[in-house]
Write a protein that binds this ligand. Structure first.
Ligand code: GDD
Ligand code: MG
Length: 324
């Protein structure tokens, strides 16, 4: 069996950091969003096809330099094709059934559980559903008998969501679904294709556990918090010579002698933090520098960003090489 991972989004809500890198390469608790998303897939998959577009070369280079436990192939789009168009573009040789995953989510889910629901119900597909308070920015499903999806509304207007159960971005489909997606143009799977599949039987698999879409700055940091709380941080310890409270994920060669940490921080490879600097609830990407007595709170610092001595950066995003 194979999986399609949708990796082509522009990451507009995470600019300016996404001007220079795709959002999927932002590290969450020390591991890229991309690999966090792929981690839900079972070990016995034959292949994961990454449907890439925006910054496709960077994704391909990352996968090459950081081998994953599963075989990965990347297929770039020449122009953004949307979620459905992205699936159609990698249809050649796809398995029956196949998984589709969004690559900007963090969860305790297992794609194998969605496959089990699909096999048990024997419809055209199955979709992982998460229960959330605010449904507006998601696709929302109404459920009938046996959790069969009876209605699907992408990004409903306030008050118009048919339930609190949203599309959590992990699904299983019969291969014939790909034939229903028009080729060569932009297609939203959620808006144009999914509603028309409901009469063939699309079933919900309700998630118990944590789930977070990491598409906005607040959500990225919240996703990182969930991962730390689940004990999934990489190299979690205070940097030598630093004080304060963890968890801090410390990348290779990162130094922070004399700095103070609040909780929930990722320091990428080679980050240098000066003495008396304070950092909490933030992601500091590789090669960034935070000078003495600077403060970084609730922020995402792109690769090689620089915070000058004594400056305070709160609830901000700095792009690659950005200055504050
Ligand atoms: N290949 C390709 N081409 N991938 C794309 C494109 C494209 O043109 N546009 C978006 N993607 C990828 C994104 O990188 C992301 O992994 C996934 O498709 C979903 O796109 P988002 O832009 O993040 O969509 P969303 O978060 O607003 O909504 C989607 O995800 C929600 C759950 O997080 C929908 O699937 C909703 O129904 C769902 O609730
Ligand atoms: Mg998203």
């Amino acid at each position: 069996m194979k999986a399609i991972a949708l990796v082509g989004g522009l990451g507009t809500r995470l600019r300016p950091v996404t001007y220079d890198l795709p959002k999927q390469l932002i590290p969450l608790a020390g591991r890229s969003m991309l690999y966090r998303a792929l981690d839900v897939l079972p070990d016995d998959l034959d292949e994961v096809v990454l449907a890439t577009g925006y910054k496709a070369e960077q994704i391909a280079a990352y996968v090459h330099e950081h081998p994953y436990r599963l075989r990965i192939r990347t297929v770039p789009e020449r122009q953004p094709l949307g979620t459905g168009g992205g699936m159609r573009n990698v249809a050649d040789g796809m398995s029956d059934p196949f998984f589709v995953i969004n690559s900007d989510i963090v969860s305790s889910a297992s794609a194998a559980d969605v496959l089990r629901v699909h096999e048990q119900r024997n419809g055209i597909g199955a979709l992982l559903l998460a229960r959330v308070e605010e449904t507006q920015t998601f696709g929302v499903a109404a459920l009938g008998e046996n959790d069969r999806i009876t209605q699907f509304v992408e990004k409903p207007a306030p008050g118009e969501a048919p339930s609190p159960w949203i599309n959590a971005g992990i699904s299983v489909w019969r291969r014939e679904v790909l034939d229903r997606i028009p080729a060569g143009r932009e297609v939203s799977f959620e808006r144009e294709i999914l509603p028309g599949l409901l009469d063939r039987g699309v079933y919900g698999a309700r998630l118990e556990g944590y789930w977070q879409d990491a598409g906005t700055p607040e959500r990225v940091l919240y996703a990182q918090r969930l991962l730390f709380e689940a004990g999934k941080g990489i190299e979690v310890h205070l940097p030598s010579g630093a004080s304060g409270t963890g968890p801090v994920s410390v990348g290779p060669g990162a130094r922070a002698v004399g700095a103070t940490f609040g909780p929930l921080v990722t320091l990428g490879e080679g980050v240098v933090v000066g003495d008396e600097a304070r950092i909490s609830n933030s992601i500091v990407m590789e090669g960034a520098r935070i000078d003495s007595a600077a403060t970084v709170v609730g922020s995402i610092l792109g690769p090689r960003a620089h915070v000058a001595a004594g400056h305070r950066v709160a609830d901000q995003i700095l792009g690659a090489g950005g200055e504050a």
